[in-house]
Design a protein around this ligand. Structure first.
Ligand SMILES: [Zn+2]
Length: 146
């Protein structure tokens, strides 16, 4: 059971993630428990021990880098979708250090060091991903146009 605190709003949830919890895993579990299949995710807070990636368009692969200090989460933005029946939390993050330098990337993992205050705007649709063979990425599949 997720121990994430939340408050229901007309468009979804206001969420708060506790210190020590891993952000991507906590949101994934929250969505699983509430059968959320499609959503917009945003938030701010503070985290440490982050794993970010940069997608090399040339090599068609993610290059991972770890950031182990404590950072402010300046902005997290992403979406919730499904790939092969699994909930996918796709998020990008901008973080700043004690010198106010901002870095960012595709978020793999982040441990909340103080708090995370976020919004999940839930959509009443199926949002699926499909493997793009040339890019080697699972892209959103938006085919019906409705
Ligand atoms: Zn990404």
């Amino acid at each position: 059971m997720s121990d994430m605190e939340s408050k229901s709003i007309s468009s979804g949830f206001v969420i708060r993630i506790e210190k020590g919890e891993e952000l991507i895993g906590a949101i994934k579990l929250f969505c699983k428990e509430r059968s959320i299949q499609a959503a917009k995710l945003s938030g701010i807070g503070a985290a440490k021990n982050l794993s970010l990636s940069f997608f090399s368009e040339k090599d068609k692969t993610y290059i991972e880098k770890k950031f182990n200090k404590n950072y402010e989460i300046i902005s997290l933005s992403g979406n919730i979708s499904k790939f092969n029946n699994e909930i996918i939390v796709h998020a990008h993050i901008a973080i700043s250090d004690e010198n106010y330098n901002v870095i960012g990337g595709h978020l793999n993992e982040a441990y909340i060091s103080v708090t995370f205050e976020g919004f999940l705007e839930v959509f009443d649709i199926q949002l699926n991903r499909k493997k793009h063979p040339e890019l080697n990425l699972n892209l959103l599949e938006l085919t019906d146009g409705s």
